[in-house]
Design a binder for this molecule. Structure first.
Ligand code: SD4
Length: 356
């Protein structure tokens, strides 16, 4: 081939090489996913999610398998049945699943008598046009769709914890501005009684720091994100909420954008901590939207947490963030946070520690 012909062909060859590279990057797994990430060192839950996604199942299947494993294992006592008794000693469940491809969500809140929170959430997503079912109607729906129940969700541990709390005059609790301030209910609004009976001096309230209610073992959620082999993203959460919650209380777990959020175009986020405070800020929606505007996962996570901390300096919580390329990071406030990751270059799940 003459030099002139070579020079003529060179741009064409370079174009072909570039095309191959671009198409190759699109078609070939970059090695950064599949990926499974969860809050806390819930190793077996992440392994279950990983087995699903590594065998070719979807990201939604992976988070359902992962969170379901945590429910069965009763991770930390705060996921699945048998933990976090409410003021009546009952365990109820909040759970959510979100598909980052379709932006469909299914969730259950304050669900009684059914232990399979994440599977119930997926049934809501798959078989209804709703997003969130609550309470006993959520239980009836889940049972009618084939989940086991009705089941007593208490355990000997949850009942023992609750009895001890009753003996301790129902302290700490989630009430404020009520009488009696330092005893068990029934409670009444303090302000009106103050006016009528002048009871304020009788019942001075000790102001509890929030951290006495929301500690490491009274308050954990599994929030899990998965990227499947197709690069699709999903998130799931499951929790039995806050210990000694007022019956009917729903936390951040089933609230889209608060406990978790996923958008295939951008990435995902999972949260844990004081859901009563966190759900006011939709931290996971914030994280994903910040990444959409160009923030790296680390900065997006820190920013979402500091927005809450500025208004509630004693709140306890954390988020993890992943972008669609599998880059992950975490941020926390009020406690040291750990999150777990399984990716193709790891032999097993690895735990990352984030300091406040
Ligand atoms: C809630 N956020 O119900 C949940 C529980 C939890 O870590 O700990 N999350 O408030």
């Amino acid at each position: 081939m003459s030099m002139a012909t070579k020079n003529l062909l060179l741009p064409y060859v370079m174009f072909l090489a570039l095309l191959h590279q671009v198409l190759g990057n699109e078609a070939v797994n970059s090695g950064q996913y599949p990926l499974v990430v969860s809050t806390w060192p819930f190793l077996d839950a992440v392994r279950a999610g990983w087995r699903a996604v590594d065998s070719g199942l979807s990201a939604v299947d992976a988070v359902v398998e992962g969170c379901s494993a945590c429910e069965e294992l009763r991770c930390d006592g705060t996921v699945g049945p048998g933990g976090s008794p409410d003021e009546n000693g009952e365990t109820t469940i909040d759970a959510l699943v979100m598909d980052g491809v379709t932006m469909e969500v299914g969730a259950v809140a304050a669900m009684r008598y059914v232990k399979d929170g994440i599977r119930a959430a997926r049934l809501v997503m798959k078989h209804t046009k709703h997003t969130l079912l609550v309470g006993e109607q959520a239980s009836a729906f889940a049972i009618s769709m084939g989940l086991p129940g009705p089941t007593n969700l208490s355990s000997s541990e949850s009942i023992a914890k609750w009895s001890k709390w009753k003996e301790n005059s129902c302290q700490p609790n989630f009430w404020k501005n009520v009488v009696p301030a330092n005893g068990c209910g029934p409670y009444h609004p303090r302000d009106s009684l103050d006016l009528i009976e002048g009871t304020c001096s009788k019942d001075m309230e000790t102001v509890e720091p929030r951290s006495s209610l929301v500690g490491l073992h009274s308050h954990d959620t599994i929030a899990m994100a998965a990227i499947d082999k197709m690069g699709h993203i999903a998130v799931g959460t499951s929790t039995n909420g806050a210990t000694f919650k007022i019956p009917g209380r729903v936390g951040d777990g089933p609230v889209t954008g608060s406990s978790a959020y996923a958008d295939d175009e951008i990435g995902a986020c999972g949260a844990t901590g004081d859901g009563d405070i966190m759900m006011r800020f939709l931290p996971c929606y914030q994280v994903v939207e910040s990444m959409r505007l160009g923030m790296e996962p680390k900065l997006a996570a820190k920013d979402a947490i500091s927005r809450i901390a500025r208004k509630f300096p004693d709140f306890v919580g954390a988020v993890f963030a992943i972008n669609k390329n599998g880059v992950h990071a975490g941020a926390c406030h009020g406690w040291t946070f750990q999150y777990s990751v399984r990716s193709p270059e790891m032999n097993d799940v690895e735990v990352f520690t984030v300091l406040p």
